[in-house]
Design a protein around this ligand. Structure first.
Ligand code: MSP
Length: 599
């Protein structure tokens, strides 16, 4: 329960801070020159600690159980977080659940549960999924927590005190499913499943209702110029480029002011407007502030807030790229560094969603494919720019080819007692594989070495731009090249008793293990369990697995290799077992329901 006393104390603090703040006057009252300077201060704060990193997922609605699309958002963020940790960053990773709003209120009613019990149940399901899928968040936030309520109340009072919120009335279309207001041009006619004429959102297909209410409005219209300045000055703020362009396009048109509250009589399940118990704060304003709550707002939050990066699905881009930066500008806070946008998983060409009944259960699938199999498939096949259709077949083929046969096969071959009876990281012989042609290596081998040498930089570039699939594609291509190298020289045909042959055989295995060490290290953000198994088998210690350790094949450059001569780790079985179709067939996704058809 809210204590009014706490709120008064906080709002006094807010007013005091505001009076000292250069942002006290509404931005609209500033000249263009001043506005640009405000933006500079708000959008490009360098972090005091430039090794801090803060990554967020959207917080998930608890109206239904998690599906594969949700896991996808979370796994992308987890991959970024793990990658930054490997690079030596102090990384914070937040996820959680979005528990207020009409949609949740209605879902709890339908389930016959009180809203908080209902939210707790579903929120636990998300937590369970994340722990099963190794989503290693450092903070799990629920919008029903007291710390969040305090942050939202404070944030609201800052906007209110600065004059960005005013009492007004709203009349227009509202989609409860999307918790979104729509203009007439965003609405179309449709027939529901019983053939009745309804109005729907053209973007999501969800039903919309006409609403007319007294409520609080946010001066969104004033922020269009600042948003444009921000985007033009930060062309990498929204990635991929396609979505950056889409936001610029949206900003070509006027932005109407935004309703940021609902009448309490219609929406009880939410945070009351500070000082007006008849109104409830709009769920999106409430939800977006979660990113600040986790950073520590309204207390000390700069360390994390100045280095914030958001992962969002394309369906919620407008909220993150227009509403959120406007709220932040209004509150005089820095804008996020990057908004990374991903596309959707579809089934039979339709977005996976509870209302269509075509959801794929990520828990079921991660049991069948293993956690790492599931993660690998999502990140290898999911492309940020365009939607991807899900089928079990695709997953099975990809995982068998790349994890079981290619990567697993390579490890198996190079560590098998037949080729490696001493079970060590064997020696590299510079005469067999000299810097200049003349040894036993052929031109393709030099190409392979060159590709693996440049792989870490390439993978880093792809991870940085959220093109994880490209990073995995590049790793997979190198794994194929290494397999090609082994096949080409068929070490099993060499004679261990002949010293030249033995040196060459050891060199082939040494190089292959070095390649595997690089792949294992680079794959850690995507498949942590498989990487751990692989690196442990190679005898690579925990402290030798960071990004700084990817020094490929030092012996080729005449330097010492810390692994040479070291005993391999114990054999803990195949890296990834081949998947059999019939096991997967037993648990097929449910059939697609008929959706509302747009006329
Ligand atoms: N609660 C809001 C987010 C508030 S963030 C301040 C919300 N929740 S959601 O549960 O509907 O969606 C959460 C994330 O899951 C979004 O990034 C959304 O794009 C993603 N996905 C939901 N369905 C999806 C697919 N079918 N495919 C891929 N991701 C999808 O929106």
């Amino acid at each position: 329960m809210r204590t009014p006393f706490v709120f008064v104390a906080r709002s006094c603090k807010a007013v005091h801070r505001l009076q000292q703040s250069p942002f006290f006057s509404p931005i609209s009252a500033l000249s263009r020159h001043q506005r640009v300077s405000v933006l500079r201060q708000t959008s490009t704060h360098p972090s005091k600690d430039d090794r801090s990193y803060y990554i967020t997922t959207p917080i998930f609605y608890v109206n239904a159980s998690p599906h594969l699309g949700h896991l996808y958002s979370a796994v992308i963020a987890d991959c970024f977080h793990r990658y930054k940790l490997l690079q030596g960053f102090d990384s914070k990773f937040a996820t959680g659940t979005d528990e207020h709003g009409l949609k949740i209120q209605q879902a709890a009613d339908t389930a016959g549960k009180d809203p908080l019990t209902f939210c707790t149940d579903v929120s636990e399901r998300f937590k369970h999924l994340f722990s099963r899928c190794n989503v290693s968040y450092t903070d799990y936030i629920r919008t029903t927590e007291q710390r969040h309520r305090e942050a939202v109340e404070h944030f609201w009072s800052v906007l209110w005190n600065k004059g960005f919120i005013y009492k007004g009335s709203y009349e227009g279309w509202y989609s409860t499913q999307d918790e979104s207001f729509l203009t007439p041009s965003q609405v179309g006619d449709a027939l529901d499943s019983s053939g009745k004429e309804i109005k729907v959102s053209l973007e999501s297909g969800h039903k919309v209702d006409w609403m007319q209410e007294e409520n609080y409005m946010f001066r969104l219209s004033e922020f269009r110029p600042q948003l444009l300045d921000w985007l033009r000055g930060n062309p990498r703020a929204i990635q991929p480029e396609r979505f950056y362009q889409a936001v610029l396009q949206w900003l070509q048109e006027d932005l109407p002011d935004l309703s940021v509250s609902r009448q309490r009589s219609r929406l009880q399940w939410g945070i009351p407007v500070p000082g007006d118990a008849e109104q409830t704060i709009y769920v999106w304003l409430d939800a977006l502030v979660n990113y600040l709550t986790v950073a520590g707002y309204p207390d000390k939050h700069e360390q994390w807030w100045n280095v914030a990066h958001h992962i969002v699905g394309k369906d919620i881009l407008k909220f993150h790229a227009i509403y959120w930066p406007s709220f932040l500008l209004g509150a005089g806070l820095p804008l996020p560094q990057t908004i990374h946008v991903h596309s959707h998983w579809t089934v039979g060409g339709k977005k996976m969603s509870k209302s269509l009944g075509n959801v794929v259960d990520p828990l079921e699938r991660s049991q069948m494919f293993t956690t790492d199999g599931m993660r690998y498939f999502l990140l290898r096949q999911g492309v940020p720019d365009s939607d991807c259709d899900y089928t079990d077949d695709k997953a099975i083929k990809l995982l068998n080819a790349e994890l079981a046969d290619s990567l697993g096969g390579l490890l198996n071959r190079c560590t098998a007692p037949a080729l490696n009876p001493a079970q060590v990281y064997p020696s590299f012989c510079p005469q067999s594989f000299p810097n200049q042609p003349g040894g036993r290596a052929v031109v393709e081998d030099y190409h392979m070495l060159d590709a693996v040498k440049h792989l870490p930089a390439l993978v880093e570039q792809h991870y940085e731009s959220m093109h994880v699939y490209k990073a995995l594609e590049a790793i997979s291509a190198c794994v194929r090249q290494t397999n090609g190298f082994v096949h080409r020289h068929a070490p099993w045909k060499l004679d261990r008793r002949d010293s030249k042959d033995r040196r060459w055989l050891d060199t082939i295995i040494h190089i292959s293990l070095e390649c595997l060490r690089i792949y294992g290290t680079l794959l850690q953000p995507v498949v942590p369990e498989i990487s751990n198994k692989l690196l442990s088998r190679l005898g690579v210690q925990q402290g030798e697995r960071s990004w700084a350790d990817v020094n490929f094949l030092p012996r080729y450059q005449g330097m010492d290799c810390p692994f040479e001569g070291r005993a391999l780790g114990s054999d803990s079985g195949v890296l990834f077992s081949r998947l059999e179709r019939q096991n997967v067939d037993q648990q097929k996704p449910k059939k697609t329901k008929k959706a509302a058809k747009v006329k």
